[in-house]
Design a binder for this molecule. Structure first.
Ligand code: MN3
Length: 211
């Protein structure tokens, strides 16, 4: 197998009551595993089989739809699990570079949250809301349909995702039914801002190195 389903770093019930155990278990062991299996079926034995996933996604328009859907699905879910934690602190480290960049870009952390929540709430049908670092090293909020993401050459707004929220119904329907906005509100309680800041710093340093 080329791509692998990584175990979560916390138990399936760790994000209760914000994200319920049944949703977490099905989401990881059925949905995410499905994307990994179908991605492998699509790339094994091809030249893509040995390429890093992020690289494949950057030129996704030249690959079959199965690579776009399942490669995106694998990347997006891996990122999603990594920015969740039972020990959410509610905000990025005050005085840290992420907190200061959020204030500079959005005016305040509260305004950022509103903009992100709005992107998540208004994404029609299935998709994702994102906080990204764009090519200029600036933060931006965006959203994508289906399993697309901002790394992809097909994305309207491109950049490196550092925070993502899955707004497919499979991510919340068992617990929240049609109340997507309640799920979005609950999400803030389990965001791993330390992990988001690490991704922010890595994305910024990649831009600096690339210049
Ligand atoms: Mn999902």
């Amino acid at each position: 197998m080329t791509q692998k389903l990584t175990p979560l770093s916390y138990p399936y019930n760790a994000l209760e009551p914000y994200i319920d155990v049944r949703t977490m278990k099905i989401h990881h062991t059925k949905h995410h595993r499905g994307y990994v299996n179908k991605l492998n079926a699509a790339i094994e034995g091809t030249e893509l089989g040995s390429k890093p996933l992020a690289e494949i996604l950057k030129s996704v328009s030249s690959h079959p739809a199965a690579v776009r859907n399942n490669g995106g699905g694998h990347y997006n879910h891996s990122l999603f699990w990594s920015v969740l934690t039972p020990y959410g602190l509610g905000t990025p480290n005050q005085g840290g570079e992420l907190a200061s960049s959020i204030s500079k870009t959005f005016g305040s952390f509260e305004t950022f949250k509103e903009e992100f929540a709005n992107a998540a709430a208004t994404r029609f049908g299935s998709g994702w809301a994102w906080l990204i670092v764009n090519d200029d090293g600036e933060l931006e909020v965006t959203s994508t349909p289906n399993q697309d993401n901002p790394l992809m050459d097909v994305a309207d707004v491109k950049g490196t995702p550092i925070l993502g929220l899955d707004v497919w119904e499979h991510a919340y329907y068992l617990h929240y039914q049609n109340l997507r906005t309640d799920y979005i509100e609950a999400f803030w309680n389990v965001v791993n801002w330390e992990a988001v800041e690490q991704k922010f710093l890595a994305a910024i340093s990649e831009i600096v190195d690339g210049e």
